[in-house]
Design a protein around this ligand. Structure first.
Ligand SMILES: *[C@@H]1O[C@H](CO)[C@@H](O)[C@H](O)[C@H]1NC(C)=O
Ligand SMILES: *[C@@H]1O[C@H](CO)[C@@H](O)[C@H](O)[C@H]1NC(C)=O
Ligand SMILES: *[C@@H]1O[C@H](CO)[C@@H](O)[C@H](O)[C@H]1NC(C)=O
Ligand SMILES: *[C@@H]1O[C@H](CO)[C@@H](O)[C@H](O)[C@H]1NC(C)=O
Ligand SMILES: *[C@@H]1O[C@H](CO)[C@@H](O)[C@H](O)[C@H]1NC(C)=O
Ligand SMILES: *[C@@H]1O[C@H](CO)[C@@H](O)[C@H](O)[C@H]1NC(C)=O
Ligand SMILES: *[C@@H]1O[C@H](CO)[C@@H](O)[C@H](O)[C@H]1NC(C)=O
Ligand SMILES: *[C@@H]1O[C@H](CO)[C@@H](O)[C@H](O)[C@H]1NC(C)=O
Ligand SMILES: *[C@@H]1O[C@H](CO)[C@@H](O)[C@H](O)[C@H]1NC(C)=O
Ligand SMILES: *[C@@H]1O[C@H](CO)[C@@H](O)[C@H](O)[C@H]1NC(C)=O
Length: 427
């Protein structure tokens, strides 16, 4: 079954033809999204340029092979091949929306050890043993709402990964270090929504650009050594149980663009060095126990588009003026009961959900319902301000999702008479 020379001369033409046809929805695209439609057949399609062993492996995974998976990749490039002759080999494979009766087999995976990239997306299958050849060949491994029974011991064998992304799948491991400690080439790492606990490891590839450990049960402090990652563009540690202070050397993260440390138990003040990170567009420190005053230098950050400092313990006069706030797409400062804004420089129409200052720079503890008629119109276009009346603002401040209905009702009742300052202590 050696393909003739003519076949190879025709290949580029075939590819062009298929590429043109791919712009219209084709039966093959439909087949790729519903894998069960493909009847596993033992005979190799005569037109396939893919290694017959790999064709059989794909069939066992319900990937349609009626069209050549190399020259006519199914929906959204589920398969990508190399250009070897006489047979091509798979470099990349993505399994999406797998059928319930799909199971991985070590035999099939052995045939697929040429893969450098493997992705599971909404593909709920239990893991099986991955042969060594595949484990060390992989550069990119992704499982989003997919693999069942993932463990640290399973993942740590992918030692040559540059990209690891697990999201929405529980990982059984005593900590992240079990998984990543020997992945010395890792550039991007996402372990989000995986129920991981333990500490954030101190040692990383200095070239790391992306770290997302959001929505886990990580505790301990943010290691100061993280601030050595000069190429880090994206850092999301939100929704964990991190405590302690934000390292004062945070400003060393000169490449950082998006930062979220929200919904942890971080304390102390915002390190002033953070405002030297010139490329930062997204800064989310909301829902922590940060205190002190907010560094005025943050208002010098020209690129900032998203700023969330809500639900902390900041005090003093809010250092931002109206033109700075207007430039932001999202600005949240509410739920800082000891903080106030200077009403001679910021209109009361800008709903900040903090109190105006008295002449000593302390919050005026009066009912916002009396100060601010509920008919006042939100004059900011971004829509991230409190757009209701004072009562509504109180309710939102009181209800941060952790409180039962009784406390919300209590919060509203108290909020009508007193300030959030008191409310904070009642709850
Ligand atoms: C997976 O299935 C969902 C819902 O059935 C559909 O919206 C989505 O486009 C599918 N994704 C792919 C890549 O086939
Ligand atoms: C498929 O792969 C080709 C070549 O690698 C790339 O140009 C194209 O954007 C990819 N298409 C999709 C939908 O990923
Ligand atoms: C992958 O990692 C192993 C050790 O885990 C190493 O021996 C090998 O050289 C690396 N590179 C490739 C291409 O497999
Ligand atoms: C999440 O981790 C905790 C231990 O930290 C464990 O008791 C619990 O069973 C885990 N939950 C899931 C869904 O794996
Ligand atoms: C961080 O992760 C959380 C939860 O996964 C998500 O809601 C949030 O948008 C992320 N923040 C950034 C800056 O990407
Ligand atoms: C982190 O949590 C574990 C239990 O999950 C606990 O034993 C440990 O003391 C905690 N560490 C810190 C620094 O809070
Ligand atoms: C970074 O933040 C900006 C501004 O909030 C947002 O538009 C963008 O999607 C974020 N990037 C990533 C990778 O989350
Ligand atoms: C802020 O909190 C830290 C630790 O929680 C505490 O030591 C410090 O005194 C507080 N500072 C202010 C100004 O409240
Ligand atoms: C508002 O703050 C910005 C940044 O600190 C400053 O450049 C600008 O002059 C201020 N505008 C007014 C009207 O005070
Ligand atoms: C509020 O701003 C005005 C004018 O910009 C200034 O004179 C006053 O001292 C400020 N008040 C406070 C409490 O900072």
């Amino acid at each position: 079954m050696t393909p003739s020379t003519t076949t190879f001369l025709l290949l580029p033409l075939l590819f062009l033809h298929h590429a043109a046809a791919a712009t219209a929805p084709s039966p093959s695209a439909a087949a790729a999204t519903s894998p069960t439609l493909s009847p596993p057949s033992s005979s190799t399609s005569s037109s396939s340029t893919l290694d017959p062993k790999q064709v059989r492996a794909l069939q066992s995974l319900y990937i349609p092979t009626t069209h050549d998976p190399c020259t006519q990749p199914s929906f959204h490039n589920a398969t990508v091949c190399d250009t070897a002759t006489p047979f091509r080999h798979l470099l990349s494979l993505r399994l999406t929306n797998c059928s319930d009766d799909l199971s991985l087999s070590t035999t099939a995976l052995s045939s697929l050890s040429t893969l450098t990239s493997l992705t599971f997306l909404d593909c709920h299958v239990p893991i099986v043993h991955f042969p060594n050849s595949l484990s060390t060949n992989l550069r990119s491994f992704t499982s989003i709402n997919s693999l069942k029974r993932l463990t640290g011991v399973f993942l740590r064998r992918f030692s040559n990964l540059t990209e690891l992304a697990i999201s929405g799948d529980t990982i059984k491991a005593s900590g992240i270090h079990i998984i990543t400690s020997n992945m010395n080439s890792l550039n991007t790492v996402t372990l989000s929504n995986t129920n991981l606990s333990g500490l954030i490891p101190k040692h990383w590839n200095p070239k790391l650009t992306h770290m997302d450990f959001s929505n886990n049960k990580l505790n301990g402090t943010i290691p100061t050594s993280l601030t050595l990652l000069e190429d880090l563009k994206f850092l999301n540690l939100s929704s964990n149980q991190l405590s302690g202070e934000i390292p004062t050397t945070f400003g060393n993260l000169i490449s950082l663009q998006n930062l979220s440390l929200s919904s942890n138990s971080l304390s102390g003040s915002i390190p002033g060095s953070i405002s030297t990170i010139s490329r930062l567009v997204h800064l989310d420190l909301g829902s922590n126990q940060l205190n002190g005053t907010i560094p005025r230098s943050i208002s010098d950050m020209k690129g900032l588009k998203y700023l969330n400092l809500e639900k902390n313990n900041f005090h003093g006069v809010m250092p931002f003026n109206a033109s700075f706030i207007k430039r932001l797409a999202v600005f949240k400062i509410g739920g800082n009961d000891n903080m106030c804004y200077n009403h001679s420089s910021i209109s009361k129409k800008v709903k900040l959900r903090i109190a105006p200052c008295d002449k000593h720079g302390r919050p005026i503890l009066s009912s916002p319902a009396a100060d601010e008629p509920s008919s006042s119109v939100d004059d900011m276009s971004s829509g991230d301000y409190d757009d209701g009346g004072g009562d509504d603002g109180k309710k939102k401040n009181g209800d941060n999702g952790d409180h039962g209905p009784n406390k919300v009702v209590l919060g509203v009742a108290i909020g009508l008479c007193f300030s959030d300052y008191l409310l904070g202590y009642v709850i």
